[in-house]
Design a protein around this ligand. Structure first.
Ligand SMILES: Nc1ncnc2c1ncn2[C@@H]1O[C@H](COP(=O)(O)OP(=O)(O)OP(=O)(O)O)[C@@H](O)[C@H]1O
Ligand SMILES: [Mg+2]
Length: 339
């Protein structure tokens, strides 16, 4: 087992991120195959609303967990669907609670209809959905490792900021609700009714969600449990965007010590364009080494065949962690060819 695989196989949550089109989905899919082959039970989750994980594996996946191979499972997460199911469960609970109440609290069917019709803004559903999914995966022992294939950088950074933002948002909501409860309780006392805070379902739900967010943040920032892998390609734009992403990760205390440089042309044959490309990549790799010297840098070579389906992805999985940046630079300077 190489160093990268050894490190990643010891993490429960592996988040794969980077600029658009750099190979995040390909890497996530190949890493899933690699870990599963080592006997680790893996779930690969696509968080990109434009799911392409199924395209990479060449298997239709969809929004419920699908078994792809021995130890290998995949899911294309759909937060809107998750909330539709949650909403129905909540309404069912309200109806049941009301019918069981001794005095038979009348339920407001109109309010329930409103709740049914309510649409969450996508970003909110996505953020809270990610937290709910992450929390669920934290609390069940179904998988040894969970790999998240994310949407391009900007989107993912926003998603990762959400636990922090939502935590303070929920704290405020709870305070507000408590204030209302107190006013409510005073009014009830005035008229001789008792008021029990514990029966306040909205408050209970808010507190439960806040607790979940706090726990997700704890695991997300725990380097013994989580690793954020940045994927990039050897060009200027990618270097600049990765530097910004890494800065954001540091601000939000999300552990990141590995970078994958994908699409590197290692070529020493007699195709003039390929030699030129290889030389350019050599120059960029040197820049990457300088810019991200404090990280562990791994190279994935450019593959000349279409990477689709488990069979071809297996070839990619075999090079994960095998080529560190020094070895790749040496191969290029020695004129080695990887096709
Ligand atoms: N090392 C490689 N050699 C050759 N082709 C590659 C390599 N890595 C990825 N590809 C191909 O490049 C394309 C983009 O890869 P992929 O979809 O994995 O990128 P992505 O970062 O997930 O993109 P998006 O930002 O759109 O989600 C795909 O067609 C994939 O097969
Ligand atoms: Mg992708």
């Amino acid at each position: 087992m190489n160093k990268l695989i050894e490190e990643l196989s010891n993490r429960r949550f592996i988040i794969i991120s980077g600029k658009g089109g750099v190979g995040k989905t390909t890497f996530s899919a190949a890493l899933g195959i690699k870990l599963a082959a080592l006997g680790i039970k893996v779930l690969v989750v696509s968080l990109d609303p434009a799911h392409s994980l199924g395209d990479a594996y060449g298997i239709k996946i969809g929004s419920s967990v699908k078994k792809l191979d021995k130890n290998l499972y995949a899911l294309e997460f759909n937060p809107i669907q998750l909330f539709a199911a949650e909403k129905e469960a909540l309404i069912k609970a309200i109806r049941e609670e009301s019918s069981e109440a001794p005095m038979g609290i009348p339920i407001d069917e109109e309010a329930i209809e409103l709740l049914l019709d309510a649409q969450l803004p996508y970003e909110f559903a996505e953020g809270l959905g990610f937290i709910k999914l992450f929390y669920h995966l934290m609390t069940v022992a179904d998988y040894d490792s969970i790999i998240f294939d994310t949407a391009p950088t900007g989107h993912t950074v926003e998603l990762l900021k959400l636990p922090e933002i939502l935590e303070s948002f929920y704290v405020r909501l709870i305070k507000f609700r408590l204030k209302i409860s107190r006013v409510f309780s005073k009014i009830k006392k005035l008229f001789g009714f008792g008021y029990d805070d514990r029966a306040d379902m909205a408050l209970r739900l808010l507190e439960e969600t806040k607790e979940q967010i706090t726990n997700v943040r704890k695991v997300l920032t725990d380097e013994s449990k989580t690793e954020f892998v940045v994927v990039m390609i050897p060009n200027e734009m990618s270097i600049l965007e990765s530097a910004r992403l890494i800065e954001q990760l540091a601000i939000h205390e999300i552990p990141n010590s590995n970078i994958i440089v994908n699409f590197v042309r290692i070529y020493g044959g007699d195709c003039p364009f390929c030699v030129l490309m290889s030389k350019y990549h050599n120059k960029q790799l040197e820049k990457i080494r300088k810019e991200f010297g404090d990280k562990k840098l791994w190279v994935i070579p450019y593959f000349s065949e279409e990477i689709r389906g488990i069979k071809v992805l297996k070839k990619v999985s075999e090079v994960i962690g095998e080529l560190d940046i020094e070895k790749a630079l040496k191969m290029i300077s020695e004129g080695t060819t990887i096709e």
